[in-house]
Design a protein around this ligand. Sequence first.
Ligand code: ADP
Length: 373
Amino acid sequence: MKLQRTIGILGGGQLARMTIESAMRLGIRCKVLDRSSDAPAAHYTDGFVIGDPRDLDVAMKFASDCDVVTIDSEHVSAEALTRLEAQGKLAAPQGRVLRIIQNKCLQKDFISDHGFPTARYKKIAHIGELKNLPIDFPIVQKKATAGYDGYGVQVITTSQGLSAAFEGESLVEEKINILKELSVIVASDAAGNRVAYDAVEMVFDNERNILKFQLCPADISAAVAEKAQRLALEVAEALQIVGLVAVEMFLTVGDELLINELAPRPHNSGHHTIEAAATSQYENLVRILAGLPLGATTRTQDSLMLNVLGPAEGGMVALENAIEPYFKLPHAHVHLYGKTEIRPFRKLGHITLTGERAALVREFEAMRAGRHP
Ligand code: ADP
């Protein structure tokens, strides 16, 4: 156990910010590297450095006085993590793991080569290859790199639709009949101990094509919940990852569990663990980095988590009006990330409602319909 370690975080978004909150409670110091002096984590540390975490030299220089390193986003230098490990520093995740996950084609091969269930797919080097393939429409095309939150993912339903296909390296998957989208987060320490959180269900607003809310526990049978946890633990073991991995899955209409994608860091689907689990995902990451024992992942109460997004119009005033009713609920935990630029649909915060699942869903729908308490 080394409480006096300095954690270096590549990227200064909200995930870094919440990781720092946990580290601070344990008296552990964090440094942050981000391109923007206004990043959500910038004001949470006196060790903030402006620079591009994707740049190898910048990341190496930043981490020279850190004992351990972690990430806020996949879009950072994996090579820096690998070189820091070679210097004897703990990296969570390791550069090797980040490199696999950074590219959706490598990631998908990893999942498939290890025998995990996943949607059938083909890897495409460029758009020309796609046009020559025999294709059963509809398909889902995903850019190999630089996609996030659904940007870089599109459904193509006909051969005419191929004219709008992404140009470069991509993944083409069969379109799955999804019943529910689930996520399980696993925390793994350097000694190979692993703990999994309860499966979370992501509920989408199909009209607006964005996440409506996340529920924990997911509304699935105990058998499926257990299988989802087991799959996620097996993926973490196959990766030999140190740190957190979020395993996103589809429960199909045919009751199959398919792995969709992996994230080697704290994840949106784990925000609720701050208030609704014995140890949050952020604290477990800090514990792993500090060589402390992993904390229990036990759910302490049900939760419903909603992202606070930039309003389509009306700026800060519209945002304040939208979240104000939640401040009146004793079981609503409001987190705002301090972002000053309000773009439509940008993630600006999240709200976790705790209580009993069915009642929380009813309450959410009532709030959305304007029936505030
Ligand atoms: P991102 O990394 O941008 O979040 P995802 O791979 O998670 O991309 O895809 C975004 C969304 O697209 C998923 O949450 C799911 O709703 C839908 N999707 C992705 N792959 C498929 C698929 N093979 N079949 C049906 N829907 C899919």
